[in-house]
Design a protein around this ligand. Structure first.
Ligand code: ZN
Length: 63
């Protein structure tokens, strides 16, 4: 799996958000990763290990 993610990349997680959307944008990269649901704008923060465990696919930066 491609785990070369970076800030502003669009990603797909293993589980969709509660709003049924499963596309997220990485809005913060530090010790913790913050992702924002592209549908409802809700942001979720989690540790890198947890993020990588839940990550399904990196789609890359929006052109
Ligand atoms: Zn959502």
């Amino acid at each position: 799996m491609n785990k070369n993610y970076k800030l502003n990349d669009k990603v797909i997680m293993k589980k969709p958000h509660a709003c049924k959307t499963n596309e997220w944008i990485i809005t913060r990269m530090g010790v913790d990763i913050k992702i924002k649901c592209i549908n409802c704008g809700r942001e979720i923060m989690m540790g890198r290990l947890e993020f990588e465990r839940k990550l399904k696919k990196v789609l890359g930066e929006e052109k």
